[in-house]
Design a protein around this ligand. Structure first.
Ligand SMILES: Nc1ncnc2c1ncn2[C@@H]1O[C@H](COP(=O)(O)OP(=O)(O)OP(=O)(O)O)[C@@H](O)[C@H]1O
Ligand SMILES: [Mg+2]
Length: 474
């Protein structure tokens, strides 16, 4: 801010000096010219009189000229001593004004200077605008050499008041000060506005970044300022929004995982405590408890291995060990694996494999996708239900669908079905051994293979999962 004012002040000084010299020209030049012309004419006229030392004639000439020019006329000899004064006061006094020296020492024909009477100050007409204000009266000294037979035999000095000109000058000074104040105020105001437009949004953004670096992802900044600033603010907001979602889902994930691990642990603790505190427990009941504990341990290790799979896929550097496969073959294998359970439930698994669909993919991961989807269909469909699995080629993709005529998935649950730990009917699903991680793993695996997965379902009318995978080209 200080530097800014300094620049304004400096440019103002340069401008004022320039205007000053112009003004001094126009204010004084005319006066100087007319004074000088009259004085030079008088000098020519009195030269022979001075040469002759005709004092009375000189006296009358000087008096007449003084009245005519509106000032005091003095005649000095070669030594600067006053010979005659139209006011009749200073005869015999030696004057040492620079304007007199210019004539006598440097041999110029005329000169002009502005002086203050009381303090004897001299005014530099080039810097008139910065002239100090005094209450004293200002006068102009105009000198002209009196030349006779190529010799300077005397000097004429005209002392005339320039108070009127100085008054104009003071007025101009006032105006310049006023202009300076206005310009400085305008500069301050515009710099303030400028800072509002430019620096305020940057400061806001900076505060947002600092809040975010302290872990507050809810921070958003106001979108304002110029085009680029707005873009930056929007980019920042969308970044913090994403980070906030990521942070929330991570917290959710940790809390869900702990919860899922806690439940089997709590069940196991209760059963183990019963075994400890009831040593004379019935043998059959004891075996039943042990079996339950064993199942809970299976459940725990299933959750842990699912979690590991997910974490591995999250770390972005999953390596797919790809090989040439036939999806149709993988479906047949998995149908075979699930056949016993389906039979137990009186369910039918119907396969419609129109194409072998050769693909270059990771066998164990693709198997996981197919198994999870088919297992869900078998698991959630009531006894006696039908599970239809279809595979066909569609352009460059393989389209693989698993449909059942089970309970289906309510509309409001559909958007979350691929979320981690998400289960439609929590109690029932857990009863069936589910953790809610299966579909989120499937989703990730399909994405890893460059494919897409979606679900269509109507409550009570079954569900259809659709997987599209890019086929092996050439
Ligand atoms: N074919 C289906 N019919 C009806 N509901 C389904 C079907 N498939 C999945 N669901 C619902 O989606 C939820 C999530 O399925 P997901 O496979 O992710 O978890 P899970 O089967 O409960 O556990 P996991 O697969 O990890 O053993 C299930 O709990 C179930 O409520
Ligand atoms: Mg499942």
């Amino acid at each position: 801010m200080l530097a800014f004012l300094l620049i304004v002040g400096l440019s103002f000084y340069v401008m004022a000096s320039y205007i000053g010299s112009m003004v001094s020209d126009s204010l004084f030049q005319q006066r100087i010219r007319s004074d000088r012309a009259s004085l030079e004419t008088l000098a020519v006229r009195i030269a022979p009189l001075l040469a002759r030392s005709d004092a009375p004639a000189l006296q009358s000439q000087l008096l007449a000229a003084g009245g005519e020019m509106g000032g005091r006329v003095l005649l000095l000899d070669q030594n600067g001593k006053v010979q005659l004064d139209s006011y009749g006061e200073m005869q015999g006094v030696r004057l040492e004004y620079p304007e007199i020296a210019t004539i006598l020492v440097r041999g110029q024909s005329a000169d002009y200077g502005v002086h203050e009477l009381e303090k004897g100050e001299t005014l530099d007409t080039a810097h008139l605008l910065f002239a100090r204000r005094t209450t004293g009266s200002w006068v102009g000294y105009c000198t002209a050499g009196v030349v006779y037979a190529s010799d300077i035999i005397g000097v004429l000095l005209l002392v005339s008041p320039v108070q009127e000109i100085m008054q104009n000058l003071y007025q101009l000074q006032d105006q310049m000060i006023l202009i300076f104040v206005l310009v400085a105020a305008a500069a301050l105001l515009s710099s303030w506005i400028f800072s509002q437009v430019i620096t305020r949004p940057i400061a806001g953004l900076n505060r947002g970044i600092q809040r975010m670096s302290k872990g507050d992802f809810s921070s958003r900044v106001r979108v304002r300022g110029s085009g680029e600033m707005k873009q930056l603010a929007r980019a920042f907001n969308s970044m913090s929004e994403k980070l906030e979602t990521l942070d929330q889902s991570r917290n959710q994930f940790v809390s869900n995982a702990s919860h899922e691990l806690k439940t089997p642990l709590a069940t196991m603790k209760i059963m183990i405590e019963s075994l400890i505190y009831q040593p004379d427990m019935d043998k059959d009941l004891r075996t039943e408890f042990m079996t339950d504990i064993n199942n809970e341990i299976d459940r725990l290790s299933a959750i842990v291995s699912d979690l590991l799979t997910l974490v591995q896929m999250d770390s972005q550097n999953v390596k797919l060990s790809r090989e040439n496969l036939s999806i149709a073959q993988l479906i047949k294998d998995n149908a075979h694996r699930l056949q016993p359970i389906a039979e137990q439930k009186g369910q039918k698994i119907l396969l419609t494999l129109s194409d072998p669909c050769d693909i270059y993919a990771d066998k164990s991961k693709l198997n996981q996708v197919i198994y999870n989807l088919m297992e869900n269909a078998v698991k959630y469909t009531q006894n006696g239900g039908v599970i239809r699995v279809a595979l066909q080629r569609q352009g460059r993709d393989a389209r693989f669908t698993v449909s059942d005529n089970g309970p289906g998935i309510p509309k409001e649950n559909l958007p979350h079905i691929f979320d981690r730990f998400y289960r439609v009917d929590k109690a029932r699903s857990r009863e069936k051994g589910g953790t809610g991680l299966g579909l989120s793993i499937v989703h990730q695996l399909v994405l890893l293979h460059g494919g897409a997965i979606s679900v269509e379902s109507e409550e009570g009318k079954g569900a259809t999962f659709i997987v599209e995978l890019p086929l092996h080209q050439g």
